[in-house]
Design a protein around this ligand. Structure first.
Ligand code: NDP
Ligand code: 2IT
Length: 452
């Protein structure tokens, strides 16, 4: 960074931190974008004059609300609900809902901020938003989850709509939760519209939406690998998480010829030296999605695999490609060094902000392929955009049609990263490329629409 950019970023961050104390994840996400776009704004000073960045970091609206519900014993619980409506310059607010005990305002704001740039990258007309609650579905019965979802939607419904704000899933919110949320929305608003995405295939959902984030991450990785004449064929892949994104990243990487050897949850990870196959992936889906078990149970089914507990992560397993698909800041500077020492040359983020700034610095210093989630996990929200289109048209596309569009979108995002991220030595800085490409469209829309 030159002097102007450094001074601009430091000054901006000092004010942002003073105004938003304690919101560390939000600070982290803003600093990364700001660092990428400061030199660009210097070259196009109308963006500075219009205070675009100052406006982008201030959510258009933050809704926080009480979510009371009763458990199966009749005991009353009170959780906090959120919807951060970050930016609607290029379309209705769009982004997932996260149910996890760790959810707080900082996490909601970082996710909504990232979503704004990600959605812009998809080429589809979607603004940025995110919501959730500090409620954890883990260990709760279906009836408890339903009552919680109904209470959550009773308040949220007045703030969303197919042309206003369209939520979807994220950590802790999958097909079951979207079903309960949609049912309550429909009951209260008396309308059957595409106000939520990730719906069931029999009632407005798009084919391939469940698979889209993980598949899209692999399509993006394919593009990255191709820049070095490489493919997934014969590569060893380490994946964290065992939820929606991890399962489908593992499935697609395996189908593209890779040997995928790990999955994890917050308790630990499994290492299968033989790699996953179709049967093993099907078992993981059954274990996690149908019977809601823990990943350690995999080794009972496949005794050749090993389980390591106590919250350990899979990054010390030797691999060519790493795909963090669990949660933010799950791969730190130390883990990055271990991955590099073991010969890993491609890191594709399936989760949102899973690599810490120190890890990203290490990957970029080593000039390996590294993509930020806002580029490589955008296939999920892109397919949500395709679900919205199908709902508006009252049509349903085949999985081949959706897959072709998803594939094209991931290729387009990769091309945008190359356009704005290629450095003088030809190294592709995907962070810079994704941030600038995502920023330009939103920034210009904001300028066009005046001071709102
Ligand atoms: P799921 O709830 O399906 O799975 C989450 C997985 O991550 C679980 O294995 C979970 O383990 C693990 N995990 C969650 N929190 C932690 C934690 N604090 N520490 C360690 N492990 C954790 O969520 P998704 O697969 O949908 O989401 C995973 C990531 O991908 C998130 O960052 C999400 O924002 C991002 N993402 C999701 C998209 C989607 O379409 N679903 C789209 C784009 C990004 P455990 O059961 O122990 O909690
Ligand atoms: O982080 C994300 O992009 C998501 N959780 C998906 C959002 C969506 O609206 O499909």
């Amino acid at each position: 960074m030159d002097n102007f950019a450094k001074k601009y970023v430091d000054g901006f961050m000092t004010e942002l931190i003073a105004k938003n104390p304690g919101e560390t994840e939000f600070h982290q996400a803003v600093r990364e974008v700001l660092t990428s776009v400061a030199p660009y704004m210097q070259a196009y000073p109308y963006l500075l004059d219009n205070k675009i960045m100052e406006r982008m970091v201030e959510p258009e609206r933050v809704i926080m609300f009480r979510v009371p519900w009763t458990d199966d014993k009749g005991e009353i619980h009170v959780n906090r609900g959120y919807r951060v409506q970050m930016n609607s310059a290029i379309g209705p607010y769009k982004g997932g809902i996260r149910f996890h005990a760790s959810v707080n305002l900082s996490i909601m704001k970082f996710l909504a901020f990232e979503q704004t740039f990600k959605n812009s990258l998809t080429t589809l007309p979607m603004g940025g938003g995110k919501g959730g609650s500090d409620f954890s579905p883990r260990g709760r019965s279906d009836a408890e989850v339903m009552r919680f979802c109904q209470s959550f939607m009773t308040e949220l419904q007045r703030h969303i709509g197919q042309d206003t704000d369209v939520p979807a899933g994220d950590i802790g919110v999958g097909g079951r939760e979207i079903g309960y949320l949609f049912g309550q929305y429909k009951r209260l608003r008396d309308e059957f519209t595409g106000t939520l995405t990730g719906k069931g295939l029999g009632w407005g959902g798009s084919l391939l939406r469940p698979e889209a984030t993980g598949y899209g991450a692999c399509y993006f990785a394919q593009e990255m690998l191709a820049t070095r004449g490489e493919t997934f064929e014969g590569k060893t892949v380490v994946i964290s998480g065992s939820g929606n994104v991890a399962q489908h990243a593992a499935e697609k990487a395996m189908r593209l010829g890779a040997k995928v050897v790990t999955l994890s949850d917050s308790d630990g990870f499994i290492y299968d030296p033989d790699g996953f196959n179709e049967e093993k992936i099907a078992y993981v889906k059954h274990l996690k999605n149908a019977i809601r078990g823990r990943i350690k149970e995999y080794v009972k089914q496949y005794p050749n695999a090993q389980y390591t507990g106590e919250g350990t992560k899979p990054w010390a397993v030797k691999c060519d490609i790493a795909m963090p698909c669990a949660t933010q800041n799950e791969l730190n500077g130390e883990a990055a060094k271990v991955l590099l020492a073991n010969g890993c040359f491609c890191v594709t983020e399936g989760a949102n902000m899973p690599c810490t700034p120190e890890a990203i610095e290490a990957f970029q210093a080593a000039k390996i392929l590294y993509s930020p989630g806002k580029a490589s996990n955008a296939g999920g929200v892109a397919t949500s955009g395709l679900e919205m289109s199908q709902n508006s048209m009252r049509q349903k596309w085949t999985s081949e049609e959706v897959d072709a569009q998803l594939h094209r979108i991931m290729k387009d995002i990769h091309a945008a990263c190359i356009k704005y991220g290629t450095e003088e030595d030809r190294y592709i800085n995907y962070v810079k490329g994704a941030n600038i490409a995502g920023f330009i469209k939103v920034a210009n829309a904001m300028v066009d629409q005046g001071l709102v």
